[in-house]
Design a protein around this ligand. Structure first.
Ligand code: SF4
Length: 329
């Protein structure tokens, strides 16, 4: 066991206490604790290898990263998903498309839990060596969750790299042609958007309406739902915040937007995250920061089921990104 504290005592992440109250203090001020509800989702981070190096990435994923999940760990994770009785497995990265054996992991997970989600950056999957993954996902009825920060090229390419918008549009059209996002197919295609800079996202409903209108009008693209997320002040995004002098203003913005009602819906209450080594964390942001599950280093082979309901969740100031405005679920 290490020295991490649980709700009420934020971890020291170098933020001046004069700038704002720590996240733990904000919880205490509102008489709240961050504790687990029944955990139904296993998020699986297959590694940091990615074909892109997006500016907002809290994991600093990129083409030079070598951390990826091996096949033995994939089997251990799929075994845990089954014996833990999870309802959902949520496969993420990096770019999980690039991880050798990802077909094996998806196939095992589909046999282990009722719902499997796969997060795609919409460019890695268009490599000819990986296009079969789209077909596999269709056969397995895997839910696709795709990043698309904006409906115009200037913002998307600035954040994710030159040419990403064009490739993403082509991928979405191709996924639509496979039946993804189309009514009556049962093939779900959800989009995720995040702001380009140090500001909060617009309201989800309004943004979804605009995305639906723009994507349909410009390219005939359809999708199921849009989720808008605040950028999390970790990794490459934190480096940019620091170097541009935006760190404190951004943290103040997140802290001012603290919404006590959003604490009930933050994802760590119902999800547990496993990294490419098979170690468990309360969420992908704590994973990025190296904070283990409930402050204790557990390997996926050591647990019989999900973390217990009522268990305290360690907090840090990046948690403010989850409770700003409508929240981050
Ligand atoms: S970063 Fe968000 S999801 Fe993770 S522990 Fe904090 S509130 Fe929960």
């Amino acid at each position: 066991m290490n020295g991490y504290d649980c709700a009420g005592d934020e971890l020291n992440n170098g933020v001046s206490p004069n700038v704002r109250a720590g996240f733990g203090q904000s919880l205490v001020r509102h008489g709240l604790r961050l504790e687990r509800d029944p955990t139904h989702t296993l998020q699986i981070n297959t590694g940091l290898l990615c074909n892109q190096a997006c500016k907002h990435c809290h994991l600093e994923a990129g083409p030079a990263r070598t951390e990826i999940m091996g096949r033995a760990t994939m089997d251990q994770v799929a075994d845990y998903a089954a014996r833990g009785g999870f309802q959902t497995a949520d496969v993420t990265g990096g770019a999980p498309e690039m991880v050798p054996g990802i077909d094996h992991l998806l196939t095992r997970l589909v046999g282990a839990v009722p719902r499997v989600m796969f997060r795609s950056n919409l460019t890695a999957i268009r490599d000819t060596a990986r296009e079969h993954l789209g077909q596999l996902c269709r056969e397995l009825k895997v839910v696709l969750v795709a990043s698309l920060p904006a409906t115009h090229a200037s913002q998307t390419d600035a954040q994710r790299g030159g040419g990403v918008m064009d490739t993403s549009v082509g991928t979405l059209q191709w996924l639509n042609s496979l039946g993804y996002g189309q009514a009556g197919t049962g093939l779900e295609l959800h989009l995720v958007s995040n702001p380009a800079g140090a500001f909060l996202p617009p309201g989800q409903d309004r943004a979804e309406e605009r995305y639906r209108r723009d994507l349909q009008r410009k390219w005939g693209i359809v999708f199921n739902q849009l989720y808008t997320f605040a950028n999390v002040p970790l990794g490459r995004f934190k480096t940019w915040l620091d170097s541009s002098g935006n760190y404190d203003p951004y943290m103040d913005r997140l802290a001012k937007a603290f919404n006590p009602a959003a604490v009930a819906g933050v994802m760590c209450r119902t999800m547990v995250s496993v990294d490419w080594n098979g170690e468990l964390h309360d969420c992908d942001f704590h994973l990025a920061k190296g904070i283990p599950l409930s402050g204790v280093r557990w390997h996926v082979t050591e647990l019989q089921g999900p973390p217990a309901t009522g268990k305290s969740i360690p907090v840090a100031d990046h948690c403010y990104a989850c409770t700003a405005g409508a929240g981050f679920t």
